[in-house]
Design a protein around this ligand. Structure first.
Ligand SMILES: C[S@@+](CC[C@H](N)C(=O)[O-])C[C@H]1O[C@@H](n2cnc3c(N)ncnc32)[C@H](O)[C@@H]1O
Length: 193
């Protein structure tokens, strides 16, 4: 990223902080979003190892963890570059979970995980960094580990990183629809080839 990209990146981070502080993203915990989280949880149960460790990149304030039963994971690490979202996630005291402020663009996991989730986060990464972030996360997968990605609507400029990857194969793919025509998400599950 050049200096201008870095400035915009910093500004976006500040905007997320402001929005999380003002409650703008409280809607993620609403009924309207429930089906998307449920699809991810179903995929975790169907394709994940037993009692998996989970890394949630761009976890926001921890809604995915809230949607899970603590029996369904051994450890959950959520990270987000918005410290305000992480503060909210930490205040929930969710079981077997940690939440850390970190930027996915530079974040290097300190351990391997069974499941790595990009839940409505991948499209926010700078185009020149998407492949690098994905490669780093593939390296952080345990044997038989999986990546689960959710993207709102069509996800132009995102799905090709998963679908055309030379190292990933697609295990499943669903479109989660709602009663609003334009509110839908695509959710895919990927493993190493
Ligand atoms: C639409 S929210 C989704 C939050 C959460 N995954 C969920 O679905 O409940 C997108 C999140 O991505 C985070 N994000 C965007 N770019 C990021 C980056 N470079 N590193 C870490 N988090 C990032 C934002 O701060 C925000 O919390």
């Amino acid at each position: 990223m050049n200096i201008l990209d870095k400035f915009h990146h910093w500004r976006r981070k500040m905007r997320w902080d402001k929005q999380y502080k003002s409650g703008r993203w409280d809607s993620l915990a609403s009924e309207k979003e429930l089906k998307r989280y449920q699809q991810i949880v179903d995929f975790i149960k169907k394709y994940g190892n037993n009692n998996p460790s989970i890394l949630d990149i761009g976890s926001g304030d921890g809604v995915l963890t809230m949607r899970m039963d603590e029996k369904d994971y051994s450890y959950f690490l959520g990270l987000d570059f918005s410290k305000e979202s992480i503060k909210k996630a930490q205040s929930r005291n969710l079981p077997k979970s940690n939440f850390e402020t970190a930027d996915a663009i530079t974040y290097q996991p300190e351990q391997k995980f069974d499941i790595i989730v990009f839940n409505e986060a991948f499209y926010y990464f700078h185009d020149t960094k998407k492949q690098e972030v994905l490669d780093r996360m593939i390296d952080a997968l345990n044997l038989n580990g999986i990546i689960i990605t959710s993207i709102y609507r069509e996800g132009h400029g995102c799905w090709e990183f998963f679908k055309e990857s030379v190292v990933l194969k697609e295990l499943d793919f669903e479109t989660v629809t709602t009663d609003e025509e334009l509110r839908y998400w695509k959710v895919g599950v990927y493993a190493r080839k």
